[in-house]
Design a protein around this ligand. Sequence first.
Ligand SMILES: [Zn+2]
Ligand SMILES: [Zn+2]
Length: 378
Amino acid sequence: MSANINPLANPKGANKVCELCEKPAYIQCTKCFVTFYCGKEHQDDDWVAIHQKVCQLLIPVRTPVPYYTLEAEREQHYTQILDRQKLLMEISQRVAEKKLFEKRHKESLPAALLSLHSAMDIYGTSGVQLVPAYLLLAEANIGLANLSPAEQYLSWADWTVVRTPDCGRTVRHKLHRCMGRLFIVKGDLEGALFHLANDIYYASEQYGQDSIVTCGGYYLMADVFFRQRKMDIVNSLYTEVANTWHSHLSRLLEKHIENTITPEESFDEAQQAEADQMLRSLLDVPDGGPKQQPAQSAALAHSLGILWLLDGDPEKALEFGRRALGYCQMVQDCWLTDPICRLLHLAEEGLDAAQKGSPDSPPCPSAPPEHQRSALLS
Ligand SMILES: [Zn+2]
Ligand SMILES: [Zn+2]
């Protein structure tokens, strides 16, 4: 589905440019009237990727500032626009990240581009705040095997970080991680290991050695050693990643039961997609990879079950929980049996609650019959 389009009379010299490729625009979105495209193809690409989520948000940001006689009114207007731009930057960044984890690289490009444009509107064209958007653009291009634009974005990110001595460790770890990905795709495995070692250093300084953020670096390093056929190292890195995720998710489940998960601890869509992708790839290692021990497979399937339970999908939680129990039964006295049974119980409860709440389920016995309810309202 796409928004309606409107042909533009675009005479030579008109300054309307396409949202995606910056070539002269000939059509516009008829829902916001502030976004322009070179043609239907880019309009459709943008709509699917990000525009449908932000179409209306763009209207005040891109509409010329009305004339205010009072300075206070002007100030208030600029504050509102700034808040809107920050919201746009956050939404587009989150959408781009999620699509990257889902390996939908083409769809992540328009979202990443909007996050860069929003960051430039807020911070100017050279701030360190632009780096996350450069990295998203680089990563999307790496995924599409467009290595030359990827290198260009990474060199801008690198240059910005070099010029910012007080740049934080989070940005540095992300930069090195992205460099690591580029070097893997280019086949420069030594270069990749250098950047991933830096990534892990900055991430562990910031988040701790056993954090799920840091273990993303170990996961990529395992990919490098996989290509070098050093399977014993791959195996130990996979174990490290699997254990880190298992402890993290088990802790989160406890907090979920106690109802004490803070907003910072709960996963957003992008983190959910990353965790799901990573854990599944460890559980179903491709041919030629290290053979998983049943105990480790049980822990991975248990982690995935918890992940989906926390995401409010008891059906998937049940599916992975049952799979985990299957692996557990291959191990003598598996210590995970009790935690897995607990997960299955919680998932079944969640499924029951969902079925009771669904419209085709029988009415709740405590609710008054339909005619009594309408009588109560009248
Ligand atoms: Zn275009
Ligand atoms: Zn629009």
